[in-house]
Design a protein around this ligand. Structure first.
Ligand SMILES: O=C(O)CCC(=O)C(=O)O
Ligand SMILES: [Fe+2]
Length: 258
């Protein structure tokens, strides 16, 4: 799926996109090795590692983590949803071992978001000025995820839903045919809109799940009042530095990344 037009179409229709083979196996191995060196606790109740804010999180662990920030194979796709001016809002890693349970389905924007005033089963008109998908996540898979193993799951197209997620689906997503677990081998990137109803499926893989999540939003928006810090002692490009800027009006107070 290399054609940009096809990627744009599918991202818009599905609310997510899997791009395979973005990272070579050597790059995946290098990132995994850096993570091994951290000697993280065995995943259990804690599923996250290297989070920021505060600090620089896993970006501090090496240049290879910083190079993912604006990997050329994802920048033009991020542009579809976020325009020319966007910033890095949060990052964290996710790791899981066999037998770890699922998380709840959720969406941060749109009808099913906690802040939406959509009522159960009642038509919900989106206001023109409401930002329903100004927030995009890029999940870098350092291990295979998919229907056989678990990992990221979602309801394709739900970012355009007019109704709240029904309780029946939220209570047992593993039994709901509308919930998809996209096949995303190591080295692939999953991009998704935070308006999409999504979650974490239980982990059944013998191998450890390892994903790095980079969360971007339009330049004039922020999820949190805290900021991801630039890593110390690692040279960033001018474009990478833009991603760490404070929220501001696009073009006038926040430069284009392109
Ligand atoms: O990849 C996953 O397991 C889902 C992560 C998630 O819920 C999120 O990034 O908002
Ligand atoms: Fe989420």
């Amino acid at each position: 799926m290399s054609d940009l037009q096809t990627q744009q179409y599918l991202f818009d229709v599905q609310g997510y996109l899997v791009i395979e083979d973005v990272l070579a196996s050597e790059e995946v191995a290098e990132l995994n090795q850096r993570i091994d060196e951290q000697e993280l606790p065995v995943p259990g109740k804690v599923q996250r590692f290297g989070s920021a804010p505060d600090g620089a999180g896993f970006l501090q662990w090496g240049k290879s983590f910083c190079d993912l920030l604006d990997n050329p194979k994802i920048m033009d796709i991020l542009r579809f949803r976020l325009g020319d001016c966007f910033r890095l809002d949060r990052i964290y890693g996710m790791y899981m071992r066999e037998g770890m349970p699922r998380g709840g389905l959720h969406a941060d924007y749109g009808a099913s978001s906690p802040t939406s005033n959509a009522k159960q089963g009642e038509y919900y008109a989106f206001r023109d000025t409401e930002i329903t998908n100004g927030f995009v996540v890029v999940t870098w898979n350092l291990a295979d995820t998919g229907p056989e193993y678990g990992g990221f799951c979602c309801i394709p197209g739900s970012h355009k839903s007019n109704y709240r997620l029904p309780h029946e689906i939220a209570a047992a997503p593993e039994q709901a045919p509308c919930v998809t677990l996209p096949n995303a081998p190591a080295g692939s990137a999953i991009l998704f809109s935070e308006a999409l109803t999504h979650g974490t499926a239980a982990w059944n893989g013998k191998h450890q799940r390892r994903s790095l999540l980079y969360k971007y939003c339009v330049s004039h928006m922020a999820w949190t009042s805290r900021r991801v810090a630039q890593p110390r002692g690692i040279e960033l490009t001018e474009r990478q530095k833009i991603l760490f800027r404070e929220p501001a009006d696009p073009y006038r107070h926040f430069p284009s990344l392109f």
